[in-house]
Ligand binder design. Sequence first.
Ligand code: GLP
Length: 256
Amino acid sequence: MRLLISNGELNFNQLAATEIAKQIRRNPDVVLGFATGNTTEGVHYELVRMYENKEIDFSQIHSFNLDEYVGVTRKDLSSCYARMENQLFKHVNIPQKNIHFLDGRASSLENECLNYEEKIKQFGGIDIQILGIGENGHIAFNEPGTPFHSDTHTVDITEDTIQAKASMFGSIQSVPKKGITMGIRNIMHAKKIYLLAKGRSKASILRKTLCGPISNDIPSSILQLHPDLSVIVDEESSTEITGIMKPDGKKEGEKI
Ligand code: GLP
């Protein structure tokens, strides 16, 4: 596990975008898994800046997003699709046909989940999965209690997450109650994972995720078992792990 901590020179968005750009340059037809949320918004804008500076070419990549809200249209500005479109896709040269997204308004959500899984398999799985993390340890919409072997599925979004998203939807009442999401098994099948977290509010869940027991009470804790995990944090979110983990990701006392 690698631990990358942003500092004054290279801020969080630049650090994360630089890592992602490195992967795209290394493999121009990379299958990239994106995550929406406040954590990744600034990273998307930094990727656009790098594209405009001709530092990245998105023309051959394929993108799969982790999740979407059930019942919202892609035109709804609060949908995960619209957020990705406005933050990244419409500003760079990724072909529309290469953008893959769960449809929260599919007539059969069950078939939508199966078809998405099929499509991911067709592309040989996700090469690089970008992940944010909820304060309760959810990854994508896999809330506490989700089995680690879960595939793409629909979920009831917990009260905590609804509260956390209220500002995005304008009020608690307007946050959709259900989501459709890649499962934990799909996420763990990614060849490489970048877990992104910033801000003091993520310090505690990061410690539980990386240093606590592996339990589906904290879905993100399974990430400890991933063979190629890079954790990208800012100084505020790293306060509870820097005493335990060294910047190269080794825990104190762990053999180097
Ligand atoms: C949402 C999304 C996740 C995201 C998480 C953290 O529920 N489904 O994909 O990583 O919450 O969001 P934020 O980055 O806004 O804290």
